[in-house]
Design a protein. Structure first.
Length: 272
């Protein structure tokens, strides 16, 4: 796995107001992360939309998008991915402004060069047996909207491999993929290795995080996720995408993030 590009979820280099708050948009100093990212060898910042729409998030305004584009150019960062948490709190199947929402999303993301739109399907928008058919229809619709701007739809879901396989076979859509989240999909033994091998080319993006078996998001490399086995599997399927650290900040967000990258590079060297 050569020429690997690393990014991090927006806000992970900033201390949040609450200690255990993971997803946090840095209201006052969001621009600072661009300079820090460049200085420490990161290729991109994965922007995100909150569970409750925040009008101060620059992604929602023309002015904000211009600032993002300017900062990307100044610090030589790529516009790559956007993670949308909005539908965790809002039921995607009951949302009445799908066309309006996703047409706005595609235009806004396209303006800053985003290639991958991550749709988090948890809680209010969790895929279940009883709603799968509805999800198949609406996901294809979203994919078609995004595809007009050449943006890939990447689903983040806790469906097991068989569930993912059935969903994808029904949709038969070449623009819909999976985000493999190493922490959310934590399982014992070599199950994750086997899962990655089976999902293969449907994995378009990887979120890196570590958890323990209680479900706690812990400092990367200190939990129960078998990182060595996961990277071995990704190498076997010849994964060509990038990696986003969606990690615990630890006591010092910047030093933790630097150590995260060092750990991954060390594992990759051992796998060569």
């Amino acid at each position: 796995m050569k020429n690997i590009k690393f990014g991090f979820i927006q806000g992970r280099l900033t201390k949040p107001p609450k200690r255990n708050m993971l997803q946090y948009f840095p209201k006052k100093n969001w621009q600072n992360e661009f300079k820090i990212a460049h200085k420490n060898g990161f290729s991109f910042i994965e922007y995100f939309g909150e569970r409750n729409k925040n009008i101060n998030n620059p992604i929602w305004s023309t002015k904000g998008q211009k600032i993002i584009k300017s900062l990307q150019n100044k610090y030589k960062l790529k516009g790559y991915s956007f993670c949308d948490d909005f539908f965790i709190n809002n039921n995607l199947l009951n949302y009445k402004k799908i066309d309006m929402y996703f047409n706005k999303i595609k235009n806004n993301l396209s303006s800053i060069g985003i290639e991958i739109y991550v749709l988090a399907l948890f809680e209010k928008s969790e895929i279940k047996d009883k709603n799968k058919i509805k999800f198949e229809k609406i996901l294809k619709k979203i994919s078609n909207i995004l595809q007009t701007k050449k943006i890939k739809l990447a689903l983040e879901t806790n469906l097991n491999y068989l569930g993912v396989q059935k969903l994808f076979s029904k949709m038969n859509d070449r623009n819909i993929f999976i985000v493999y989240d190493t922490g959310n999909r934590l399982k014992s033994g070599s199950v994750q290795y086997d899962e990655i091998i089976k999902l293969k080319k449907k994995i378009v993006h990887v979120h890196l995080k570590d958890k323990n078996y209680k479900g706690d998001n812990v400092v990367f490399g200190t939990g129960n996720v078998n990182l060595k086995l996961i990277f071995k599997a990704l190498k076997k399927i010849r994964y060509k995408g990038s990696f986003t650290f969606e990690t615990n900040r630890g006591s010092n967000p910047l030093m933790t993030m630097i150590n995260n990258k060092k750990l991954v590079l060390k594992i990759l060297q051992q796998n060569e």
